[in-house]
Design a protein around this ligand. Sequence first.
Ligand code: FES
Length: 241
Amino acid sequence: IIATQPSVRVVTLRIDGHDLSAREDETIIEVCRENKIPIPSLCWMDGLSVVGACRLCMVEVAGQNRLLAACATRVAEGMEVTTTSEKLQRYRRTLVELLFAERNHICSVCVSNGHCELQWLATTCGVDHVRMPYRNHGYAVDSTHEMFRVDHNRCVLCTRCVRVCDEIEGAHTWDIMGRGSDCQVITDLARPWGASDTCTSCGKCVQVCPTGALVKQGTSVGEMVKDQHFLPILARRRSAR
Ligand code: FES
């Protein structure tokens, strides 16, 4: 028996004035990435499930009276999308500032300095200072794992680590605990990472972490470069769907 893939319709849409074609099962962010149209994102990662948590990818869609998350919105025939406007810039800038204010993101003493997606977002969104008061949770750093460590003070709760561990590695070591700004990523129901029975030490969580929250032990300021060698596997996973 030869299994045939159900045919997927191709739709035409307009993004920032460009007429584009896309499969109807694609999201706006996927089409933008394919066509080199930049949209800021933090929680989205090609090949992982979509959570729509960071809201940085919000775009304007004609006929909608609210902003839509590009990572969680499928394209449609005749859709008109705007990815850059003064309103969106203001919105994204505020979101990035809130992320900086919520935890400790002092780049000059971070192992990911110069290789951090949050730092890059701050640059592209024009964030050179933070207008809100800083909340310093003063979370403990878990260095119990022999190869890696987690600094919750630098976590942006994108949950990429949770999803890559669950969906790609199949270990389900990571999870989320708590509510609101008191949320934390945890390993094995809040046991220290080094005491985890499920962690395979594959390091995928470290590689997908956009900031200096998950890093290799022994790295110094600016040394933590995420090589993300398995990302093509994630991308192939999407194209096979
Ligand atoms: Fe879309 Fe985070 S990238 S909500």
